[in-house]
Ligand binder design. Structure first.
Ligand code: HEM
Length: 505
């Protein structure tokens, strides 16, 4: 090797070794600081998590974050330090202290672990407080009791179509028993309804018996978001990731965006576009009558993207968790079937307006969501600069805080037999009066609480009542606990294979 080349190799190797050594020393010093000197040092938590954000990021990438949080809370109590600058709570008091501004406490804004690309229009989930307030106000019209009743025919026709499809399958199958992947069908249903309420047009996944490509792409975004959330803590890795997104993924993202754009333009071209109480109609009416600051068209379109996903993945997950639990607990299944079949004489009688009063069904839904909360792990909030008191303990400014629902709902400190499906705990004859029912807030509390809660309830009640009225359901194989599935911010749902035998069929 020529002398000059030899020298170059030595310099490069030496420089690399120096960088590695520097990074190792830096990480060690930072780790020692985080454990022994950091303002959060007195909060309980394992050193492997409190020394470095890497353990948190690894857990997030493993799909087991919800289970790891549960284990940590079991071991360390109601508040755990899960990263150098982050605390997780399962204490019901944290709902008020973190999410509901009240006398003597500051507003605790959303944290920024998911960075929004520069120039991205605001939406109802934006971090900007003023833009959030105006978008939330503009959308409220689409979620009132009155609006839900206006949407009822859309909900009813979609659910009835799914029953019709199941009946068709059963009729053409051996023994007149249909076998369906219920988790997939519930996603078809909820995305179709969301599409109809956003663009006035369903994705037709139920009609076609398979996911529309847009729906498939949306459901695969969770892993990408979890990855971005993790690397955002390790700048400049985030920039490197942004430049190295595979071409295929970029193409899918572009298709996703273009389809929303195209459907949005179609919706805007509809006659009487502002008259309907769907999402677009609600915003247009707000712009016309109430909005001192109007919602620009780019924000309107961005909201559609957010709402389709927020309204469908969540409701589909809740329904999948409820059905999974019912199939594992035949006594509860029998009881809710009796309630539904005792209340209605025919499928047609089951409507959004008639299904609200079923007490045991309501309890079944709550208990099913407790075992598989759609928002299993939280988007954290960040403590303002001057610090704040959470659950009677001082938390310094800049700390990420959240109440994580999965560990909160599975904790024996909050619920008796936390891993069992016992809907009675949500009825007036609750056999476990010591349960901390106030920790159960699957739709959040405060300024960012779910806008679609009433709609979700209508969808869940209607779907379950019609399904259990029309069909006897049974598992195809032994089912595991819903919580055994992975989460990448959202649940990565496995197929839920169910046998459907038409009643009297
Ligand atoms: C069982 C079903 C559902 C559950 C468990 C659920 C849960 C939640 C939760 C926990 C949040 C707060 C997220 C955060 O800021 O940390 C939220 C926000 C939101 N949800 Fe839902 N959701 C459900 C269904 C729906 C439906 C059907 C819609 C209708 C489009 C919807 C629309 C929204 C919107 C717009 C927000 C943002 C509110 C804001 O930031 O002001 N959700 N939801």
């Amino acid at each position: 090797m020529p002398v000059a080349m030899d020298h170059l190799v030595t310099v490069v190797v030496g420089y690399t070794a120096f960088c590695v050594l520097f990074l190792a020393v830096f990480a060690t010093v930072k780790g020692v600081y985080n454990i022994f000197l950091h303002p959060l040092r007195r909060y309980p938590g394992p050193k492997t998590w409190t020394a470095t954000r890497l353990t948190w990021a690894y857990s997030m990438q493993s799909g087991r974050f919800h289970e790891h949080l549960h284990e940590l809370h079991q071991r360390y109590g109601p508040v755990v330090r899960i990263a150098p600058g982050e605390l997780s709570y399962i204490d019901p008091r944290a709902w008020k202290d973190i999410y509901q501004p009240h006398a003597g406490h500051q507003v605790i804004p959303k944290g920024t672990w998911i960075k929004v690309p520069p120039g991205e229009p605001h939406s109802v989930v934006t971090l900007d407080e003023a833009a959030h307030t105006r978008n939330r106000r503009a959308l409220m019209g689409a979620f009132t009791e009155h609006a839900i009743l206006e949407h009822a025919p859309i909900l009813e026709s979609h659910v009835s179509l799914m029953m019709h499809k199941f009946r068709e399958q059963a009729t053409s199958s051996q023994g007149r028993v249909a076998v369906v992947d219920m988790a997939a069908w519930l996603n078809f249903l909820t995305f179709d309804i969301s599409g109809a309420l956003s663009f006035g047009e369903s994705f037709d996944s139920v009609k076609n018996g398979k996911a529309h490509p847009w729906v498939e792409i949306s459901c695969s975004f969770g892993k990408g978001i979890a990855l971005m959330a993790s690397v955002n803590f390790f700048s400049p890795l985030d920039k490197l990731l942004a430049y190295n997104i595979p071409k295929k993924v970029l193409q899918k993202m572009e298709y996703h965006k273009q389809l929303v754009h195209q459907k949005f333009l179609q919706r805007m071209a509809m006659p009487n576009k502002g008259k309907s109480q769907d999402y677009v109609g609600s915003i247009l009416q707000y712009n016309e009558t109430k909005g001192e600051v109007k919602i620009p068209v780019e924000e309107l379109e961005n909201n559609m993207n957010v709402l389709i996903f927020a309204g469908s993945e969540t409701t589909g997950t809740a329904l999948a968790s409820i059905i999974n639990a019912l199939l594992r607990y035949p006594e509860a299944l029998q009881k809710v079937v009796e309630e539904i079949r005792g209340a209605f004489g025919s499928e047609d009688q089951i409507t959004v307006s008639t299904v609200g009063h079923l007490e045991y069904l309501t309890a079944v839904i709550q208990e099913g969501i407790r075992l598989g909360p759609p928002a299993a792990v939280a988007l954290p909030r960040v403590i303002p600069k001057s610090g704040e008191v959470i659950c009677d303990q001082w938390v310094p400014g800049g700390t990420y805080v959240s109440l994580n629902q999965y560990p909160a709902y599975r904790s024996p400190t909050n619920f008796t037999h936390p891993n069992s499906f016992i809907p009675e705990r949500f009825t007036p004859s609750n056999p476990f009066p010591s349960d901390n029912i106030s920790v159960f807030e699957p739709f959040l509390v405060g300024r960012h609480k779910c806008l679609g809660q009433k709609l979700a309830w209508a969808e869940m009640r209607l779907t379950l009542a019609k399904l259990l009225f029309c069909f006897d359901i049974a598992p195809v194989e032994a089912l595991g606990d819903f919580g055994e599935q992975r989460t990448y911010i959202f649940w990565e749902k496995k197929p839920l294979m169910v046998e459907l035998r038409e009643r009297n069929g």
